[in-house]
Design a binder for this molecule. Structure first.
Ligand code: TTP
Ligand code: MG
Ligand code: MG
Length: 354
């Protein structure tokens, strides 16, 4: 069966650094909070990196001098940025997202785009809800998700649904949604481009849509063509896989929907063989084993188990995957299964140490 739609799901974490702090200091929740670039003793010399939404009510935002934030809210809570901690949470979130097996592009420490292979908008919405809930459950962090027919549209709609939101922008609604937005909402349109376009009286995306494309190209070069297309509802951006190896997985659709373990045993064995041979080829070991089941109604479930030591054992993958899939398979008919290993380390040249 073919898919009529190319849908992109865009996730951006809400007030990410500050939310990571709330997750480990729950007593800070609900109070205005910022993280900043300088240690407590010299905090007034630094700038704000993240502000939670309570702090934003006072006009405080990223990149503002911390001294200014204190002027706006003298009793604000301040935490000196702990980037290794935020990086480690980011890596775990990205690993979880990549476990879905979609083509995925990580765009920053707190955002990623995924090219879905769902059949329609309701399926995409279901998946977005599941991902949002999983991020909440696993990391105690809020995020916002946008879904649309291109990466740029999905990012813009994600921004518009913040905080703690989900929004699906259907193809038929794109131009109407975009027309009143400032052109700076389009990723890549910075101050310079905006100034050039302002001389053509182009301020809103709706102005771009009606502009003469040749004039746009004269003004901002080949980007002008892209901008014109975007404003008119065509997003040609692609999702570029850019995470080296966060995980190694294989998945495949079954010939007949499976209702019991017996129905999937031989495919599971083959998928595991393929995963293990890729692991060995890349000289890696793993600590986490995950499975995925896609049901006949196109909902996905993933499950994983992490171990304390690294391994490259096929038997371990097979037995773990069997147990995990055993918990998923009776529920509804299964049309596709996947096996994935993650939390990888490279064992290049160190083989004989293990
Ligand atoms: P953003 O996603 O831009 O912002 P955010 O997650 O704080 O808030 P939002 O809910 O609007 O998405 O940036 C992600 C993190 O990157 C942010 O938490 C802190 C860091 N950052 C900086 O260190 N300096 C900056 O100027 C910006 C914009 C972000
Ligand atoms: Mg964010
Ligand atoms: Mg971001």
């Amino acid at each position: 069966m073919g898919f009529a739609l190319r849908l992109i799901l865009y996730v951006d974490m809400d007030y990410f650094f500050a939310a990571c702090e709330e997750a480990r200091h729950p007593e800070l929740r609900g109070k205005p909070l910022i993280t900043g670039t300088s240690p407590e003793e010299t905090k007034f010399r630094g700038v704000v990196e993240a502000a939670n939404y309570e702090a934003r009510k006072f006009g405080i935002h990223s990149a503002m001098p911390t001294s200014m934030a204190y002027r706006l809210k003298p009793d604000i809570k301040y935490i000196y940025s702990d980037e290794p901690y935020y990086e480690s949470i980011s890596a775990k979130i990205m690993e979880m997202l990549s476990g879905y097996g979609f083509r995925m592009e990580v765009d920053s420490i707190d955002e990623a785009a995924m090219e879905l292979d769902v059949a329609d908008y309701p399926d995409a919405l279901k998946l977005a809800k599941e991902i949002k809930q999983k991020i909440k459950q696993n990391f105690d962090l809020p995020c916002t998700i946008g879904v649309s027919t291109g990466k740029i549209f999905a990012k813009i709609v994600c921004d518009s649904a913040k905080p703690n939101g989900i929004r699906v922008l259907e193809e038929k609604d794109i131009q109407d949604f975009l027309k009143d937005k400032d052109i700076e909402k389009i990723p890549g349109v910075g101050r310079k481009t905006a100034e050039k376009l302002a001389t053509l009286k182009i301020k809103k995306i709706g102005d771009l849509a009606k502009a003469d494309p040749m004039m746009l190209i004269d003004s901002v070069g080949s980007f002008g063509r892209e901008l014109f297309l975007i404003a008119n509802g065509t997003d040609e951006s692609t999702v570029e896989e850019n995470v080296s190896v966060v995980s190694i997985g294989r998945e495949r659709t079954l010939e007949n929907n499976a209702t019991k373990m017996n129905d999937i045993d031989s495919m599971l064995n083959n998928l595991t063989d393929e995963v293990i041979s890729e692991v060995k080829k890349q000289k890696l070991m793993f600590k986490t084993i995950g499975v995925k089941a896609r049901y006949a109604d196109f909902t996905d479930r993933i499950k994983s188990k992490s171990f304390n030591t690294y391994s490259d054992s096929k038997d371990l993958v097979l037995s773990t995957a069997r147990t995990l899939l055993g918990g998923l398979i009776g529920e509804k008919p299964v049309r596709k299964i996947g096996v994935r290993v993650s939390s990888l380390i490279s064992v290049k040249g160190q083989r004989n140490l293990f």
